[in-house]
Write a protein that binds this ligand. Structure first.
Ligand code: DHB
Ligand code: MG
Length: 208
């Protein structure tokens, strides 16, 4: 048993999240939702930050959307960018079943274009969750910093790429992009940050 499996075993089944995982599998979508432990952390971080406007980059089937929405107070809003309209439909159905249908808006299309549009509109966010294509992580981080209210939190999933990040024999575009993302998370003077190495790695930063 891994440390992560031990920790996950401390928690009982979560009906909304279990239904969401089942729905994702039944639709033939990939089993790559955020880990249970980091999902719990997302809820806590959104709540601790007092975030009113949360931006998610990569919705998949709504698992992380539920975790993020759980941390929102009354009137809080989640904006979720998703490339595939079929995935956004599944995510919205799961969000509705969990009671968060009113708290979420999906923006369909290439996230880089959606981010440029949000910037154009002058939109600002208190919390960012980056979990889309790994090649895009450096650009998503750039946009998050530009769209951030002071004190905003930026979280990035999968920064260890199941071992590829630290494997010197790996050097594809996703690996190079995630390494660059991690190095910038750690060294950018506009950020206070840490990287958690459990599960598949999670980067957490606060925009000063
Ligand atoms: C994988 C996991 C993820 O959480 C993700 O966002 C993308 C890929 C994976 O394990 O392949
Ligand atoms: Mg992920």
């Amino acid at each position: 048993m891994t440390d992560e499996q031990y920790v996950d075993g401390l928690y009982g089944e979560d009906a909304d999240l279990a239904r969401t995982k089942k729905g994702i599998a039944e639709k033939g979508m990939p089993d790559i939702s955020i880990s249970d432990g980091y999902g719990r952390l997302l809820t806590m971080l959104v709540q601790l930050a007092g975030a009113k406007n949360v931006l998610e980059i990569g919705a998949l089937g709504g698992y992380s959307g539920i975790c993020l929405a759980r941390g929102l107070g009354e009137g809080g809003q989640l904006t979720s960018l998703e490339l595939k309209s079929e995935y956004a439909d599944v995510a919205l159905a799961h969000m509705k079943e969990a009671g968060f249908g009113e708290a979420v808006e999906y923006v369909i299309g290439d996230a880089k274009e959606s981010l440029a549009q949000l910037k154009e509109e002058g939109r600002r966010f208190d919390f960012f969750f980056i979990d889309a294509d790994k090649d895009g992580y450096p650009v998503y981080l750039d946009y998050a910093i530009q769209l951030a209210n002071p004190g905003a939190v930026i979280v990035g999933d999968n920064v260890l790429l199941r071992g590829r990040t630290i494997n010197p024999e790996k050097g594809g575009p996703a690996v190079l992009s995630v390494r660059a993302f991690n190095e910038r998370i750690a060294s950018d003077e506009r950020l206070t940050s840490t990287v958690l190495p459990g599960y598949d790695g999670l980067a957490i930063a606060i925009v000063k």
